[in-house]
Design a protein around this ligand. Structure first.
Ligand SMILES: [Zn+2]
Ligand SMILES: [Zn+2]
Length: 396
């Protein structure tokens, strides 16, 4: 009795929800833009997304996945593939310089990678799945936290709530300034490099500046290492051995003029097209450091951080992207070389077939991570249409 009453009530609620006016996507994107949260702190963002998802009546909504991640499952109840569409939701510790009315209200934090737009596109997909449900299978929408620090994908994959889902294929997009608005940029194989950052810390011995022969100054070790590490760079974008190593920060001693430096540090970011090349480069840096520090009688310590797995696009998944772009008559290009930025979606492609594509954000749009960047709302419909068309091609 109660059960059937509940069912009836649910039907009425669902009917009511269907009759509500749809949330306007650009307004939602601008709302997220106004209240950005950095990686690992996306609590309010997750709440805003959840409140909107409820209106799209998915079969299930799972919260707090791998941190503040939100997962919405649209299950048709009929046999078919389980598709994963992933969007990220974190902002960056960058002060916004834009002056429009929806500018960031959180000091020193802003959406400079367009993850506000990526989350909005996923919400658009949820709206579309409510309006035009697929015929079979499950569509899983993952609003992923903590992408910028390379921890979100890992935390989601390791979360038992997500482990049960077992997607057959995964898709994601990233907006790409420098390309015409709405252009679909795709490529088979490597899409983003494997990226890792590292800190090399040197510990010697401080002395009076007049008696540096009695101390151990890491100056020679740091100078030699900078040159040795530079020799590992391979700038040939067409080579599978491409290896980009960037000096981020260095420090030696302190501003005490009576004291010789006794410690220092070097910070780097490394990008390689393949995992193997990254591992080989790490080994070389480790060997160089050990060798030099032994000679100089320095203690050393290397810390590896912010690791992003390479995104290895699956051929079959890229075929779906290419066909959808053609079917939708969207401008599209095949990119000859991978993008140089890291993306933690790469980790999904280690565990399941998947592909990421670029969505042109405008040729004159400022680059990602720049203080004046802003995700262009005009490209939202392109992202939604691509995701829905791919889903329909597989499970329609
Ligand atoms: Zn970013
Ligand atoms: Zn990003």
């Amino acid at each position: 009795m109660y059960k059937s009453f509940d069912k009836q009530l649910l039907q009425i609620v669902k009917y009511k929800l269907h009759t509500l006016p749809k949330t306007n996507l650009p307004s939602f994107r601008q709302l997220l833009h106004q209240y950005p949260e950095i990686a690992g702190n996306e609590k309010e963002t997750a709440q805003k997304i959840y409140s909107e998802l409820v209106k799209c009546s998915p079969t299930t909504i799972i919260r707090n996945v791998g941190g503040y991640g939100v997962v919405a499952v649209f299950d048709t109840g009929k046999k078919g593939k389980t598709l994963l569409f992933r969007g990220d939701m974190d902002a960056l510790p960058i002060q916004e310089v834009n002056e429009f009315d929806y500018k960031s209200k959180n000091k020193g934090i802003s959406h400079k990678c367009g993850h506000d737009g990526h989350s909005t596109i996923l919400l658009g997909l949820a709206q579309k799945l409510m309006e035009q449900p697929l015929k079979r299978g499950k569509t899983v929408l993952l609003f992923q936290p903590a992408e910028e620090i390379g921890q979100g994908a890992k935390a989601v994959i390791n979360d038992g709530k997500f482990a049960k889902i077992k997607p057959d294929i995964a898709f994601a997009l990233h907006n790409v300034p420098g390309y015409p608005k709405g252009q679909i940029v795709y490529r088979k194989g490597a899409f983003n490099p494997a990226v890792i950052s590292l800190i090399i810390r040197f510990q010697g011995l401080k002395t009076h500046a007049a008696e540096q022969e009695n101390g151990i100054n890491p100056d020679v070790a740091i100078a030699s290492l900078i040159l040795k590490i530079k020799s590992l760079i391979n700038s040939d974008l067409d080579s599978p051995d491409f290896c980009n190593i960037t000096t981020i920060f260095t420090r030696l001693g302190s501003l005490d003029y009576g004291t010789a430096a006794g410690e220092g540090e070097l910070h780097y970011t490394i990008r390689c097209w393949t995992q193997d090349k990254l591992e080989a480069t790490k080994r070389m840096i480790l060997n160089f450091t050990q060798e030099i520090c032994e000679k100089q009688q320095l203690k050393q310590e290397i810390e590896w951080l912010h690791y992003f797995a390479a995104t290895a696009n699956d051929d079959n998944a890229v075929d779906y992207i290419e066909k959808s772009a053609k079917r939708l008559k969207f401008d599209h290009i095949q990119k000859p070389t991978p993008f140089k930025w890291g993306e933690d979606f790469g980790l999904f492609t280690e565990f399941m077939a998947g592909a990421m594509f670029g969505l042109g954000a405008g040729e004159t749009t400022p680059p990602l991570h720049q203080p004046d960047y802003d995700f262009p709302d005009e490209i939202i419909p392109y992202g939604v249409a691509m995701f829905y068309d791919i889903a329909e091609a597989i499970n329609g």
